[in-house]
Structures are given as C-alpha cells and as structure tokens.
Design a protein around this ligand. Structure first.
Ligand SMILES: [Zn+2]
Ligand SMILES: [Zn+2]
Length: 326
C-alpha cells in the first residue's frame, strides 16, 4: 500500500506492507488524513516514533474481524479514537484507555498510523460518521475532541472571561469550543490572517496583549506551543483562576511558577478528548466554520510538500488526500 513513513527521515513509500486486522480489530481504507503538530514533532525526532505517520483521519471500514456479537462495521464511514489500551488495567476498566500505561497510539506510539491506504484499530475505537457530514469536516473530529476536553475538565458557569493564547489550529478550535459555553472569549495570536479566519460567534481577537487584562482573566488556555506561552498564561490569570495547558512544547521550558502559588492558580493539563463529544458538537453547530481551517490538500504521494506547507507560519490545517482515484 501507499504510506507516509518516518524512519529518521520522512518519505512516501509506494509499497509498504498492508496491515492486518486481528480479532476485535477493523481495517480501515483511509480517505483523508490531517497533519497535526504531533506529526511535526515526530519528524523533528521528539517522540522516538518510527513507522507510518498520522492519527487524524476519516475512512471506510474495509474488513473487520468480529469478536463475539460485534455488529458488522464493513462499509461504514468512520473516524477512530487514537489510543489503544491494554483492556485490563484500572484506567481501561474506567474507559480511560487514553491514560493506560501500556497504551499504543495510532501513528504516535507502537502502532502504524493513518497516512496510508489502510490502518487498523479496535472496533471499539470507531465512531460512525453521519452521512450528511463531508469528509473534510469529519477529519476534524480528533482535534475538535481534544479542544473539547477543556469543557470536560473545567467547570464553567457561563459568565467567565476566557483567553486562548495561540492562533494555530488548536487555539482556534479551543476558542470556538469555549464560545459554545461562554460569551466572553478572546483569542490572542500573532498572525492577522489566522485571527481573521477565527471569526465566529463574537470571538474577540487581539494581536497584542490587551492593556488591563493581566491578572484579570478567569480561564486562560495556553495553545501557543511557544516557550513563552505558559508564563504569559500565568500572568493573565486572575487570583484563583485556571490555566489550561493544551500544547506539548517539545523543549524544556523554565517558567517562574511563584505566581501560581501566590495567586492560588489551578493548572490543568489537557490532551485528548472523547470523540462522541466532538461529533455531537459538529452536529449541533453546523455553522462552525471548520472548513475555513483547511489551508491546503495534497495527494499522499506529495508527502514532503505537504509537510513543508504544514510548518509554514501562516498555515492552519493541511490535509492528505488518500482516496484511490478512478
Ligand atoms: Zn492531532
Ligand atoms: Zn490498560
């Protein structure tokens, strides 16, 4: 099969071995995949992963090895949760496969990813996509669910003032999900064009730190992925407020954490979310301008060009088109 592989270098491979579905797993024919910051960190060597890249996808189940009374998923259009737990530990028993210490993760940890004609996942990881939802929207279920995790972790009354730092794809998705629960949301970034694309439902956008906001914000989401982000977030947060850390900055950072103690801030680390919530949100807010986040689409063969585009400062989301033509 065709695949985008990282083995110390990024390449397109025309004849990578097809994966096989084992009991309880499905093989999925991938239609579209998205390039995410995690993929970029992998090709920079930060994660130690080697194999087929990619964890954001939409595809069609091509074959499935049922276990017990599993319904037949063959032919269904799906997205898939990326973490595969051991199934027996305490985290897995509570539906928290994404925290299983033995977990594998699609295209990130010990499991080939989705930038290929086929990928495999347990059937229990799959979610059906409504027929009315285009592939180019469905491929955003994974990053949107990650943004939505904030609403699961932080209790909101609806009257909080929130600031999101970072006008990349994740920052914009975080701002949009917060706007479904709050009216006062400000997105702070450095790129005029990206902030323009973030306009939805009265989101306020700022190129610079607005005067008078320091120490006044109830919830600050750090999605800038820059080494300055955490320090800025702590400075903006009001006493007893909450700072949510969304970006996994690869380099080690040094931050003065004394304001966290003095102002009794709550720091919340936030990673992957539940796909049910992401799908539900896409259905409940059909006006959310998701497709505006697509900067470019490349055929799988043009892997290098696609990744070059994905690291440009003005790029939001780059998609890989994998559907067989003709
Ligand atoms: Zn991702
Ligand atoms: Zn487990």
């Amino acid at each position: 099969m065709r695949a985008i592989v990282y083995d110390g270098h990024l390449h397109y491979v025309g004849a990578y071995p097809d994966p096989k579905a084992t009991s309880g797993w499905a093989r999925i024919r991938v239609l579209k995949a998205g390039i995410c910051t995690t993929d970029i960190e992998i090709i920079r060597g930060y994660k130690g992963f080697k194999g087929v890249l990619g964890h954001e996808f939409v595809g069609v189940v091509d074959c499935h090895c049922p276990k017990g009374g599993d319904p037949d998923w063959t032919g269904k259009r799906v997205v898939g949760e990326i973490n595969v737990g051991c199934g027996v530990c305490e985290y897995c028993a509570h539906g928290l496969q994404r925290h299983c210490p033995q977990r594998k993760a699609l295209g990130i940890l010990d499991l080939d990813g989705c930038m290929a004609d086929y990928c495999v996942l347990p059937v229990s990881n799959l979610h059906l996509i409504p027929a009315s939802m285009p592939d180019n929207i469905a491929v955003f279920v994974e990053p949107l669910s990650a943004a939505l995790e904030i609403l699961e972790q932080v209790e909101l009354t609806g009257f909080e003032r929130a600031v999101v730092l970072g006008d990349g794809r994740l920052g914009i998705l975080c701002a949009w999900t917060l706007l479904t629960a709050l009216s006062d949301v400000t997105l702070i970034g450095h790129h005029r064009e990206k902030l323009e694309k973030a306009r939805w439902r009265g989101v306020k956008t700022q190129l610079e730190f607005p005067a008078g906001m320091e120490g006044n914000v109830d919830i600050v989401v750090e999605a800038a992925g820059s080494t300055r982000g955490l320090g800025d977030a702590v400075a903006l947060c009001r006493p007893r407020g909450t700072v949510v850390l969304k970006s996994t900055v690869a380099s080690e950072i040094s931050v003065d954490l004394s304001p966290v103690v003095v102002n009794e801030l709550t720091l919340v680390g936030s990673r992957c979310g539940r796909f049910e919530t992401g799908l539900r949100m896409l259905e409940s807010y059909p006006d959310m301008p998701i497709e505006r986040l697509i900067s470019a689409e490349y055929p799988i063969e043009e892997a290098s060009a696609a990744f070059e585009m994905a690291v440009q400062p003005d790029t939001l989301k780059v998609l890989i088109d994998i559907a067989e033509k003709g």
